[in-house]
Design a binder for this molecule. Structure first.
Ligand code: SF4
Length: 428
């Protein structure tokens, strides 16, 4: 017997991609890791991407930057390495607050085969113990923007301190306020030794070992999960904590792994569950009965489709995701009601043809596709907003539903010729 979409055949597409590269993750990672600096080793294009993704203006000296590879560097690797060493030395002298430095690879650094792993080792030796230097790739070739976080966290795992003590590791960079909510729920259930990867500061990074159990907070952390497994840690399989149901199932999986009894679980979760259900219901009026189409972008597509179909009354026409980690997604696929096409990878023209044929009420897609689709009269939601907005756990469930309801309400108001009201909704 099939369960949900577990047995749904996956349409695998390998064509042109329309996604941001993994450098984008620096925007939320640098906010989370307060003594880290992200040095992109790349071109002026990479610098521009970071600047525009980070917003219009940076008032304080930021904790990310770009070591620009000039044309001359393409000719001489030795010069590029020397220049990188000089750049890092200047940076660390100026910024004694930096404790972790990430050298972030880009398309240009990969094209010239600049070995950033060796550079990180060399620079770690030079600047230890004050600064730890790590490297990962944010290059845009065949990647998607959330892979930057996965690559960054996976690079941290081998350097985490070892422990034999039992601990719970929460994996993923959530806004501090949301992380605190999760910690408070777990503490109320009596679960101790809860650590988070990444820590807010280098000295708060977690320890890992054979008695570590970890729960993923984001569905795009496949490489990080593999790296933790290699350190002997055990993943707690669970759906992701989006919406009331997803949060409850995620918490229950963790609670079961740590022997929390059912009464305690119910006592701790009852009130926030009720709040979440009420908040989601407010947006459901707009969403119920509507059809949603996910183009592959953030890797959040499957959990969000599960949330929208099971909690908000929507139906999914197609759920496209850049990569389908069948191991990590097993619980999500089992919950997702049968019906939608499931697609992995991207062939953008073919996908757009299917969007046009299906005419969904809402298309969730990347920034580059949203405007053309809007011009064709389709209603869209930018997938990237879902990564920049706090959407996990109970207290954000209503906001998550509202993010999808807002463009539909705006379109309805515009269709009714009430432009002023629509502008008010847009400004909410
Ligand atoms: S890493 Fe590649 S895709 Fe990303 S901004 Fe730089 S050149 Fe562009």
């Amino acid at each position: 017997m099939s369960v949900g979409c577990t047995d749904t055949p996956v349409l695998r597409e390998r064509g042109q991609h329309e996604v941001f590269c993994g450098l984008t993750g620096i925007i939320w990672l640098h906010r989370k890791m307060q003594d880290a600096f992200f040095l992109v080793v790349g071109s002026r294009t990479c610098a521009h991407l970071l600047q525009s993704a980070a917003g219009v203006m940076i008032f304080a000296e930021p904790r990310f930057g770009t070591a620009i590879l000039e044309e001359g560097d393409l000719a001489g690797l030795k010069d590029a390495n020397d220049e990188l060493d000089r750049e890092v030395a200047r940076l660390l002298e100026r910024r004694p607050d930096i404790r972790q430095l990430f050298l972030v690879g880009s398309c240009p650094s990969e094209v010239i085969k600049l070995d950033l792993a060796r550079a990180a080792e060399r620079l770690s030796d030079a600047h230890a113990p004050h600064v730890r230097v790590l490297n990962y790739s944010g290059s845009g070739i065949e990647t998607t923007f959330t892979q930057g976080e996965d690559a960054c966290l996976a690079a941290m795992v081998p350097k985490l301190a070892a422990t034999d003590a039992p601990n719970l590791l929460l994996v993923g960079a959530l806004p501090d306020v949301v992380e605190d909510q999760a910690r408070a729920l777990l503490a109320a259930m009596g679960i101790e030794r809860v650590q988070v990867l990444p820590g807010r500061r280098a000295d708060q990074d977690p320890q890992v070992g054979p008695n570590t159990r970890y729960a993923l907070l984001q569905p795009f952390l496949g490489d990080t999960s593999d790296a933790l497994d290699r350190r002997g840690a055990t993943r707690i399989p669970a759906p992701f904590p989006f919406g009331e149901e997803g949060t409850t199932l995620w918490l229950r999986a963790v609670a079961n792994a740590f022997g929390v009894d059912a009464d305690t679980f119910d006592r701790v979760t009852e009130a926030p569950r009720a709040r979440a259900r009420k908040a989601v219901a407010a947006a459901t009026e707009t969403l119920a009965g509507k059809r949603v189409f996910f183009l592959p972008d953030s890797q959040l597509e499957l959990p969000l489709a599960r949330f929208l179909t099971r909690e908000c009354g929507m139906s999914a026409v197609e759920v496209g995701t850049p990569f389908l980690h069948s191991r990590i997604m097993a619980e999500e696929l089992a919950l997702l009601p049968e019906g939608p096409r499931i697609a992995e990878g991207q062939d953008v023209e073919m996908q757009l043809d299917r969007v046009r044929a299906d005419r969904p009420d809402l298309t969730v897609c990347g920034l580059g596709l949203a405007n053309p689709l809007e011009r064709e009269g389709l209603t869209t939601k930018w997938a990237i907003e879902l990564v920049f907005t706090p959407v996990h756990f109970y207290e954000q469930a209503g906001d998550l539903a509202a993010l999808f309801a807002r463009p539909i309400r705006r379109k309805a108001l515009l269709a009714a010729g009430r432009g002023e009201a629509a502008i008010a909704v847009a400004a909410e």
